[in-house]
Design a binder for this molecule. Structure first.
Ligand code: NAD
Length: 354
């Protein structure tokens, strides 16, 4: 056993079917009286219905959450916090809504309850990425970590299958990079393996029946484990590449992760044989990069960065930015190999195609 240091992130996790009915009890347990409810515009009605479980503790709804947590949206939500005299935050939705709740908590110290409805995993991390003037800045702080997570499997039934696939691959990406993280530890490794396995076995079942409760339950459970991985150890090439490409070319978060992951894994494969063995075992494959590519493709995901909005001319500026900001990766960053990685990901061909 290698030496390790592991600081656990403490959150209260409530998991199951119709668990959002317990919101009122949870708010009472926390001793809060005026909970501000957050959602995207698309999920306003769903958030309102769930917030009814808060009873008199429901202070009101702010439904303006947006992808990448723009600071002007946070400023408007902060006005709402003051106007309503909120003493807690409830975020109902995916990573975008959770991000807004975290941004408010970071500024105010207010306690957070998150009811996640995608597989992004943000609810399990002390990390916040905020965008100001088109630049995304990431910070980590204990105030950002939500104190209570209520996973209600029934709320994920409305997540369209296509988004379930890309969000699920986004979750798997957290666990994959946790397996070869610099700070890897045996507990996170267990969670990573179990997280990848749970999401990977759920997706093919959801392809046949998107409201299969057992599969939805597995996917959400896996997403939680993968989120814990993301929040506990440092990420490497895959997450940094997605951060750079997403920020520079405004590409959709989960779809971008899906298209890049097999290529990032192929890049790191030779430097991380033990992690690859684990991924192969849980996927039942002989090549992790190819296995992840096949899984996402079989589920109908678009694997081409070009289709997501990136242009051939974007490759060189992206490379320049990736190389200008060196960070730890199990395999050193090499310009020529990274260029090939991006060229392959542009076309949507398998990382093993030569
Ligand atoms: P999202 O939150 O942007 O949601 C995408 C769309 O799906 C939204 O319109 C949302 O309202 C809708 N939606 C969500 N759940 C639904 C459901 N069950 N049924 C129907 N519609 C539903 O997407 P996301 O991928 O969850 O989050 C992406 C954002 O999260 C990015 O900004 C990313 O940077 C951030 N993120 C942060 C972390 C972190 O640890 N800080 C981790 C992962 C993702």
């Amino acid at each position: 056993m290698d030496n390790f240091v592991y600081t656990m992130n403490a959150s209260r996790v409530i998991f199951g079917r119709r668990t959002s009915a317990r919101l009122g009890d949870e708010a009472a347990r926390m001793g809060v009286e005026r909970v501000l409810v957050l959602s995207t515009p698309e999920q306003a009605a769903q958030a309102e219905a769930i917030a009814a479980n808060l009873g008199q503790r429901n202070a009101g709804l702010f439904s303006g959450a947006k992808m990448h947590t723009p600071t002007d949206v946070t400023a408007s939500a902060m006005d709402k916090v003051k106007e309503l005299g909120a003493d807690a935050i409830l975020a109902v939705g995916g990573g975008s809504t959770t991000g807004l709740g975290k941004a408010i908590a970071f500024r105010t110290g207010l306690p957070q309850i998150v009811v996640p409805t995608t597989y992004a995993g943000s609810e399990a991390t002390p990390i916040l990425g905020e965008t100001e003037d088109g630049r995304k800045v990431t910070k980590s702080d204990p105030r950002i970590l939500p104190g209570t997570i209520i996973y209600d499997v029934d709320l994920t039934l409305t997540l369209p299958f296509e988004m379930s696939v890309t969000s699920g691959m986004n979750a798997i990406a957290h666990a994959v990079e946790a397996l070869y993280a610099q700070e890897a530890n045996p507990v996170i490794t267990l969670m990573a393996e179990e997280g990848i396995a749970a999401v990977a076995r759920a997706l093919p079942l959801l392809q046949v029946d998107p409201v299969n409760i057992a599969a939805r339950s597995d996917a959400l459970y896996g997403a939680w484990l993968c989120g814990v991985c993301l929040g506990s150890v440092g990420m490497a090439l895959h997450h940094k590449l997605c951060h750079t490409l997403g920020g520079m070319f405004n590409l959709p978060h989960a779809k971008l992760h899906t298209a890049v992951l097999p290529h990032a894994v192929a890049y790191n494969q030779s430097a991380t044989p033990l992690a690859m063995e684990k991924i192969n075992r849980v996927l039942g494959e002989t090549d992790s990069a190819e296995g992840l590519f096949d899984l996402a493709s079989r589920m109908g995901a678009n694997m081409s960065l070009k289709d997501l909005g990136m242009r051939d001319d974007d490759i060189e500026p992206a490379l320049e930015q990736v190389l200008s900001n060196p960070y730890w990766n199990p395999r050193p960053l090499e310009e020529g190999s990274l260029r090939i990685l991006l060229q392959n990901a542009m076309t949507g061909r398998s990382p093993l195609a030569r």
